[in-house]
Ligand binder design. Structure first.
Ligand SMILES: Cc1cc2nc3c(=O)[nH]c(=O)nc-3n(C[C@H](O)[C@H](O)[C@H](O)COP(=O)(O)O)c2cc1C
Length: 269
């Protein structure tokens, strides 16, 4: 395990403050999360692959429907191809283990069809949301288990840049849609990725009800400091960058998702 900062350091980096009293030690490892994009070449033991899948599928899952699948991609040529589909991100190529997470309605459709059930509710938006939630819960449980072992992870949303390409490469059946990938591997200690600041708890946590007006508190100032520390030259604030990130010109191919979901009979009603 290469990341071992104490609570005081973590809370300062995350929230720009000293930690409050009484934060339990058992929670501290969760505060050490950072995305890892540089990995050592060492593989991950196959037994650990199984352990991580088991941890993931042990997550809560809506009505026990388990509306997800996960595809690992290890063959070097196929890994190079999936990296290409994911905006050519280096960590997709170099990580020890790459998995692609899918919202998956087709396995339930299949099982239910065998016993004469039609599943005609599955094309409602509700069940696309349900599958999406379940995928995220399983994936994040894998991430937590991996980090507990000293592995690093990086989610790859760019898996949605080219849905037909991903479906073709991984032979995804109709009714299974790729949501994101995940890179896993042993962190390269020479890279040492930083703890990234988050908004203060009271920007996120509303006790009893939402406030009259949303607030990001001092987050722009703390992120500007972070960008400077990281040697990022842009003078734009987090609010500016993030506002631009979600303008309609930054969809990177994902503007076809509505159409793709329609084609897969997911979320259409
Ligand atoms: C669903 C999802 C998709 C993401 N996609 C990418 C990606 O394609 N490439 C990447 O480098 N990081 C990706 N990230 C990582 C985020 O950029 C990162 O979690 C965020 O900037 C916060 O940084 P931290 O994880 O180091 O705290 C993704 C994260 C999530 C949750």
């Amino acid at each position: 395990v290469i990341f071992s900062e104490p609570l005081e350091t973590l809370w300062q980096r995350r929230f720009g403050q000293d930690p409050p009293a009484g934060i339990p030690e058992a929670v501290v490892p969760f505060l050490r999360h950072r995305s890892v994009r540089k990995f050592l070449p060492e593989p991950i033991d196959p037994a650990v692959h199984e352990a991580l899948i088991a941890a993931a599928t042990s997550a809560s899952t809506s009505s026990n429907l388990q509306l997800y699948s996960v595809v690992s991609v290890q063959d070097p040529e196929r890994r190079a191809r999936i990296a290409e589909l994911c905006a050519n991100q280096e960590q997709v190529k170099s990580c020890a283990w790459f998995v692609a997470w899918f919202a998956d309605h087709q396995r339930l459709r299949h099982a239910a069809a065998l016993v004469g059930e039609e599943c005609n509710g599955l094309d409602y938006t509700e069940f696309m949301l349900m599958a999406t939630i379940d995928v995220a819960l399983a994936a994040e449980r894998m991430a937590c288990a991996a980090e507990a072992l000293g592995l690093g992870v990086c989610y790859i949303g760019a898996l949605r840049n080219n849905p037909p390409g991903v479906a073709e490469l991984l032979k995804a059946p109709a009714g299974a849609v790729g949501l994101f990938g995940m890179c896993l591997g042993w962190p390269d200690p020479s890279a040492s990725p930083a703890i990234k600041p988050r908004m203060s708890l009271d920007s996120i946590w509303h006790q009893e009800a939402f406030p009259d007006e949303a607030s990001i508190g001092d987050y722009d100032a703390r992120m500007t400091e972070f960008y400077q520390e990281q040697g990022m030259s842009s003078s734009a604030s987090w609010s500016q960058k993030s506002g631009r990130r979600v303008d309609e010109h930054h969809l990177s191919g994902r503007e076809v998702l509505r159409e793709w979901l329609d084609k897969n009979q997911m979320g259409t009603r």
